[in-house]
Design a protein around this ligand. Structure first.
Ligand code: SAM
Length: 287
């Protein structure tokens, strides 16, 4: 592919980059990296390497380092640059800027200054993990990294325990066993969960099961790489078929089959496709 520099309207462009496999980047993201007047990055080496892999020339442009601790003067410098008519691409170390990554201060300052802020969307480890976790994806909550100390971690988990969502955490491989132990203590060992490690990379690993199953799977292992931990909605594992049938029967009295399936899957935190199939079967049996 040939990515040439073309005029890009002034503004801030948040550019998502791969979380592992270098080819997980959109053509638009590459167009923006090829064309932006200025490229700012959390990790300039990674960004230059990515551009090199995809054959995007720097053409004399610099990749400047910028993160949330760069300070107000650095943010103002970039705001001034965009107000003077320049296009600015911002890239974090991996995945989507602002998602457990820098970019918040910059985006906010640009918006407050009335300047255009747009995104070239792409990979997010949390969403990638959710899609393959087998857990309900209708409603989910991204909780980022938990505190590393046990008492603070347990407190944070207690606040999340009863929320009716699949909960997604980022975790360090060094703390995975401690974190699973806290999950069992606070959320209960029988809760459905998943651990997704090294997504899109050579040693990708996905483990699904109860928290107790996952504790067993990681017991005594030296774990490496990047990790997403997901916990199913409270009660999701215990919902019986009879409960689903009863909820569907009630919902179908006032709603079309499709809407009833959507409402019941949302209410019970079950995958919509599974509930929809059950509704179709019930409808067939009733005829
Ligand atoms: N901005 C990134 C995103 O959009 O997902 C997240 C950056 S955050 C600093 C890094 C954390 O994201 C890792 O510690 C891990 O929890 C998660 N992560 C990133 N890449 C991953 C991968 N390939 N597999 C599993 N988890 C990953």
């Amino acid at each position: 592919m040939n990515f040439q520099r073309k005029p890009l309207p002034a503004g801030l462009y948040f550019v998502s980059t791969p979380i592992g496999s270098a080819r997980d980047i959109t053509l638009r993201a590459l167009d923006i990296l090829a064309s932006a007047d200025v490229i700012a990055s959390e990790d300039t080496r990674t960004t230059r390497k990515l551009m090199d892999i995809h054959g995007i020339p720097l053409d004399g442009r610099k990749v400047i380092a910028h993160h949330d601790h760069s300070g107000p003067a650095a943010v103002q410098g970039l705001v001034d640059l965009v107000s003077s008519g320049k296009s600015l691409a911002y890239v974090s170390e991996a995945g989507t800027p602002l998602i457990a990554d820098p970019g918040f201060e910059l985006g906010r300052a640009m918006a407050e200054a009335g300047l255009p802020v747009t995104a070239a969307p792409g990979p997010v480890a949390a969403v990638c993990a959710l899609s393959i976790s087998g857990l309900s994806s209708d409603k989910f909550l991204f909780a980022g990294f938990l505190p590393s100390g046990k008492s603070q971690r347990d407190k944070a988990l207690a606040e999340l325990r009863d929320l009716p969502f699949t909960i997604i955490f980022y975790e360090s491989p060094k703390r995975i066993q401690e974190m699973l132990a806290s999950l069992a203590d606070i959320m209960g060992p029988e809760r459905e969960s998943a651990v997704c490690r090294e997504l899109t990379k050579k040693f990708e690993e996905v483990r699904r099961g109860t928290i107790a199953d996952l504790i067993e799977a990681f017991d005594g292992r030296t774990v490496k790489g990047e990790i997403v931990v997901l916990v199913g909605r409270k009660g999701a594992a215990q919902i019986e078929d009879v409960d689903v049938d009863a909820a569907l029967r009630a919902a179908m009295q006032t709603m079309r089959l499709k809407d009833a399936a959507t409402a019941v899957s949302g209410a019970l935190g079950l995958p919509r496709r599974q509930v929809y199939q059950r509704a179709l079967d019930m409808d067939k049996d009733a005829k």
